[in-house]
Write a protein that binds this ligand. Sequence first.
Ligand SMILES: [Zn+2]
Length: 274
Amino acid sequence: MPAPSDNPSDGRPNAGVASRTQEDKRSLSRSSQIPYMEADTPPERITRGAMREEFPAHTRDVLAKRVASQCSNPGCRQRTSGPHDDPNRAINVGVAAHITAASPGGPRYDPALSPKERRSPENGIWLCQTCSKLVDSDESRYSLESLRAWKRIAEAMARGEIEQRRELTSEATPRFMKAEQLVRGLLMEMRTDLAENPLAREFVVLKRAWSYSSSGPVLVYYLDDHPELENKLRILQNLGLIQDNTFTNVKRFVMTEELADYLVATNPGPPGGC
Ligand SMILES: [Zn+2]
């Protein structure tokens, strides 16, 4: 379940973050971790005695800023902050929602996570209030993997805007979402390959038993590693993300620049990176 953000740095006169000491900031952060239950939480969601692992204020702030304060649902993209009538204040209508629930019985709850992991930024996604209710109302439709893909794409779009690269547009995201749902494992391998070979675009499709030699930076994907690889490549082709470039008896494809940009922008990078 999401918790409304009460970002302490929203410009309210009493926030006074700039003048606070480090100790003040720490106590502010601690007080924000008091478990909070929304007034309209359905009764079945309230697990008696269970500790909800709410996000600290700092984490909510980071989640909002990582997506430029826009809803991460690629079909929504609602802005979640703006000016208040009071010139000293800003309005926030965004929510730091849990990807896996904050307490047992909640949507997508993962008992394997530690309390610390449950309230870490990795387990959060920034959404508007409508979308935060939506994703918690239908767990099978809004799966763990769908929400992670939303987050990846929303962060990649925000990064692209900051770097003034606009390849990853709102119009393109439904195609990337579909690719993420249907050929996720292959996209993950392509991300790793592009990180090591940034200029590679061509790839061939082989069986491990075949011998093949090629000059230049040609990537290889094995039929043995990816079930139904040919069908997956057909999907990427239908989505306009790869082109068939076969000219021998070996299947050969080229990634579009749009796909390459998307894969680079959504590469989570080494653990601990930002
Ligand atoms: Zn939304």
